[in-house]
Design a protein around this ligand. Structure first.
Ligand code: SF4
Ligand code: SF4
Length: 284
C-alpha cells in the first residue's frame, strides 16, 4: 500500500506526520522523501545511508557538421529548450525535459543525447524503515524525473510512505499519483483552508482516496473542520499546538520518540486508513 503525505502549503507539519507515521508502524515500511528540492525527513529519521546514485536526464547535443539548420528541433520542442539562430543551434539544458523529441525528429540525425545530472538519490536504513530520498541539484528545475526515480524503489507488497513536496504543482502530482491513499495535512487558519481546498481538488482529480490531519487545530478557527464535515472528508487526526512538540521538532527529534502516546495515535490512524480504503474499494 502506498500512502502519500501532502499539504497545499509548506509549514503545516507534513514531514512531521510522514516521519512519525513511519516510526510508529509495527512492520517494515519504505519511506520515500520526494520533497526533492528540500528533503528534510532524514533529519528526523537519521538513516544510515548505504548508497548514493547520480540521476540524470538525456539532453540533446548537436553535431554542427551534420546540422542543416532546418529548424525542426526548435518547432518540436514544447519547452523552448532549443533554438536555431542563423547558423547555430542553441540548447538550454535547464529548460530541457529530456523527452527525446528533437533527436527523434531531426531529419539529419544530427542530435545525440547526453546525460545531464539533475540530482542524486540516497538509499539507506533505520531500524525496520527502508529510506530513500532524492536531492535535486541547486538551481535545477526539473524535479519530476528525480521524483520518478525515487518512486522506482517502491516494492510490491510493502507499505510505502511518501513525503510529497508542498503545494499543488507538477512535483506534487508526480509524487502522489498512484498512491492508494493520501493524507492531506493542514492547519486551522484561512491560509490552511484555502490551500487545503486546492489540494482536495488535486487528489479528487487523481481519484485518490484521502483524509485530513489538522495540525495545531486548537489555535485557529473552526472553518477547516466545518469544510471537512460539509464535504464528508474524513478527519484522520487532530494534533494540538504543543510547545513540547515544537521544541522536539526544532531539535530534529520525532515526537513519537518522547511522547509515546502518539505511537498509538499514528497506528490507529493507519488502521483507519486501511478501513477507509476498503470502504472505497467496495463502493467501486
Ligand atoms: S532538426 Fe537537426 S538538422 Fe534541423 S536544425 Fe535541428 S539539429 Fe539541425
Ligand atoms: S529533449 Fe525534448 S525538451 Fe529537450 S530540447 Fe529536445 S524536444 Fe526539447
Amino acid at each position: 500500500m502506498i500512502i502519500s503525505v501532502a499539504s497545499g502549503k509548506g509549514g503545516t507539519g507534513k514531514t512531521t506526520v510522514a516521519t512519525n507515521l513511519a516510526l510508529s508502524m509495527d512492520r517494515t515500511v519504505q519511506f520515500l522523501d520526494c520533497d526533492v528540492e528540500e528533503p528534510n525527513a532524514h533529519i528526523f529519521l537519521k538513516p544510515q545511508i548505504e548508497q548514493r546514485k547520480s540521476v540524470g536526464i538525456p539532453v540533446p547535443e548537436v553535431n554542427e557538421e551534420k546540422c542543416t539548420h532546418c529548424g525542426k528541433c526548435q518547432e518540436i520542442c514544447a519547452f523552448n529548450a532549443i533554438a536555431v539562430i542563423k547558423n547555430k543551434v542553441l540548447i538550454f539544458p535547464e529548460l530541457c525535459h529530456g523527452c527525446g523529441g528533437c533527436s527523434l525528429l531531426c531529419p539529419e540525425k544530427a542530435i545525440r543525447e547526453v546525460d545531464k545530472e539533475i540530482g542524486i538519490i540516497q538509499i539507506g536504513k533505520v531500524g525496520p524503515i527502508e529510506f530513500i530520498n532524492g536531492k535535486l541539484n541547486v538551481g535545477e528545475a526539473m524535479s519530476p524525473p528525480l521524483i520518478r526515480t525515487v518512486k522506482k524503489s517502491i516494492a510490491n507488497g510493502k507499505i510505502a510512505i511518501i513525503d510529497a513536496p508542498p503545494g499543488t504543482s507538477c512535483p506534487v502530482i508526480e509524487s502522489i499519483k498512484n498512491s492508494d491513499f493520501c493524507i492531506l495535512v493542514t492547519e486551522s487558519t484561512p491560509f490552511g483552508l484555502n490551500d487545503l481546498i486546492l489540494a482536495v481538488e488535486v487528489v479528487k482529480k487523481l481519484e485518490i482516496p484521502f483524509g485530513v490531519i489538522i495540525n495545531r487545530f486548537d489555535i485557529g478557527d473552526d472553518k477547516v473542520d466545518l469544510y471537512c464535515k460539509e464535504n464528508e472528508i474524513p478527519i484522520l487526526m487532530l494534533i494540538p499546538f504543543d510547545m513540547e512538540i515544537a521544541s522536539l521538532y526544532s531539535r530534529g527529534i520525532p515526537m513519537v520518540q518522547e511522547k509515546k502516546e502518539y505511537t498509538t495515535k499514528f497506528l490507529d490512524m493507519f488502521k483507519l486508513i486501511e478501513n477507509l480504503r476498503q470502504q472505497k474499494a467496495k463502493e467501486k
